[in-house]
Each structure stands twice: as C-alpha cells, then as structure tokens.
Write a protein that binds this ligand. Structure first.
Ligand code: CP
Length: 327
C-alpha cells in the first residue's frame, strides 16, 4: 500500500485528527468501540497486539506534557509500532530548524504517523497539509486537544453512558483552554447540554459560535450538573492577571467538599490534569469515589490506541474489507 493510499479520508476526521469541531459522530462512536476493545487487551498478562507492526509513530512535543506524551508513546508500543520520541530541546529545533523542515525530516526518516503538540494554534494543521501521513493534534496553543476530549467522553461513557441531554458544566479558565474548546464541540455533537462557567475575564470575549451556554455562578449550576469538568488555571498563558487573586478564584470557583455535596448523586467530577491542588479542586475531593481524574488518565491510553489504530491500519483494513487483524 503506497503512502498516498494512506492519505485517503477516514470519515469526517479525514486523514488527520486535528479538531473536534465538525467531527463525524460515526468516527467518534468507532473510537469509543475500539477503545473498549483495547481496554480488554490492556487487562491481559501481555498487553500488546501486533496491529501496527512495521509502522513508525513520531511523537513530537514542542511543549511540556506528562499524560499525553507518555500515553501516546505507550499506546504506540502496545500496538507494536516503532516510536520516535522527539522534543524541541536537544533537537535541531534548538539550532533554528523550522517546524515544516522538522516535519519533513520525520517523514523522510520513515514516520508513518505524526503526533504533535505545539504552542502555536494551527501548527498541526499546517504540517498535516504538507504530509501524506496522518497527523494527530496532541494540543496546539489555545485551539484544540481532540484526544483529551475523546478520552473524557470515553470516561463519561463508562460511568454514565452516552445520554442525550447529559448536563456538563465546564469550570474555570475557559478562554485559554484547548481542553474546553475540544470538549464543547465534541460533547455538543453527542447531544450533551454544555455550559461553561468562570469569572467573566476568563470566559471568551466573542462567545458567538461556541455550541454551549455561558454562566458566571458555579453555585447556581451545581444542583443541575451531571458532569463537572474543572480546568487548570493556565498561569503560563496569563490567567493569573485576569482574576483578583488565587484566594478569590478559589472562593467562587474552587471545588471543595461542600460544593461537591451540592452535586446530584452520581455526578462525575473531572479534571484533565495537571491539577493545581487546592485551587481548582481540594485534595479531599480528589479522593471521592465520583472523582474520576485518574480514570481519565487510564482511559487516555486506550483512546490513543484507538485513534492511532483507526487513522493508520484501521482505515486500510476497512478499505480492503479485511477487519481481521490479530488482537
Ligand atoms: N491533560 C494534558 O494534556 O496533560 P499533559 O499536559 O500532562 O499532557
């Protein structure tokens, strides 16, 4: 199969996974199904399948990460792919090599799929246009982090099922958050009722076009929330300058045990991490049974296996009518 054949579309996700805006629901459902299947693989004594043998995945991170980077690398290894792990420090980026030339180099060296995190919104889209292999956005600036949203959806599915009208409240630093942007588009596509809440200075200035409602009082929303998603205050992007003080933020938007008790029974508490303990969420809340922060991390491995698989060999297996890869 030629590299060009690899570039054929896969549903509305296309060759790449860059954004959840306009994402095809059938593709999302396929990711959830495959992720459930890969979770079963991960429970085996030898949690490895040979489905991506011979394919090289380049994991190129131009911004810090713990969860996303490690889970993509491990996901590729669990699928028997070869992994090139690339960081801006210690590479020729430090000598001034451009993103485009870096991407062309990774392709020339044999990468059959590129996973990229970059501080510039739109950077993964730029290299996706240039390359004939799948590009997966692992977080670009304030723009999008689609595999985080899919991970969170998978976590919700396992705990609550996918229910039309599920009430999701996203709290905090919305304006700087690629997690929020990815979540509102994906969750609204699934028929959830999404509201973003935070201090006015941390909400987007231009709210038109966002497929959700906005609110400023968290306490008003808690009794009618099925899933509460807290966001990290992005101090590195200037969030601190938009609120009076950390204490003030915590007083109105921090989740302590008292606020957690105002949620309906069975409501989920989520946070994509990394967490500012004691600011967005109190340590006592992190150990509550309905707080699924560590489950989100675990779900991320199976979801990233599903995305890697579907955008590479899964698509080829479908186009050849052969879905019988060894699992
Ligand atoms: N949630 C998330 O993207 O975490 P990392 O920055 O650690 O990858």
């Amino acid at each position: 199969m030629s590299a060009r054949a690899l570039a054929t579309d896969y549903g509305a996700a296309g060759k790449d996974l860059l954004s959840t805006e306009g994402i095809d629901r059938a593709f999302v459902e396929r990711v959830l199904t495959e992720a459930a299947s890969f979770e079963e693989v991960l429970r085996r004594p030898v949690p490895v399948v040979p489905v991506m043998r011979g394919i090289t995945v380049a994991v190129a991170f131009f911004e810090p990460s713990t969860r996303t980077r490690i889970s993509f690398e491990l996901a590729a290894k669990r699928l028997s792919a070869d992994v090139i792990s690339f960081g801006a420090t210690g590479s020729s980026v430090a000598k001034g090599e451009s993103l485009i030339d870096t991407a062309l180099t990774l392709r020339a060296i044999g990468a059959g799929c590129i996973v990229i995190r970059h501080p510039a919104s739109g950077a993964p889209g730029q290299i996706a246009k240039l390359l004939d292999v799948p590009v997966i956005n692992a977080g670009d600036g304030r723009h999008q982090h689609p595999t985080q949203a899919l991970t969170d959806l998978f976590t919700i599915e396992k705990r609550r099922g996918i229910q039309e009208g599920l009430r999701v409240t996203i709290v905090g630093d919305i304006v700087h958050s690629r997690v929020a942007r990815s979540a509102v588009w994906l969750f609204s596509r699934m028929g959830f009722d999404v509201v973003c809440v935070g201090p006015p200075a941390l909400l987007p200035l231009h709210k038109e076009g966002w497929p959700c409602r906005f609110h400023s009082s968290l306490d008003d929303l808690l009794p009618e929330t099925d899933v509460l998603m807290l966001l990290r205050m992005q101090f590195e992007r200037g969030a601190g300058g938009r609120v009076g003080s950390a204490e003030e933020y915590r007083a109105f938007y921090g989740l302590d045990s008292k606020r957690a008790e105002a949620l309906p029974e069975g409501a989920l508490i989520m946070h994509p991490g990394p967490v500012n303990r004691g600011l967005e969420i109190d340590p006592a809340v992190l150990s509550m049974e309905n707080c699924v922060v560590t489950e989100q991390v675990s779900s991320g491995l199976a979801v990233r296996m599903a995305v890697l698989y579907l955008l590479t060999v899964g698509r080829l297996a479908e186009s050849s009518g052969d879905g019988s890869e060894s699992r």
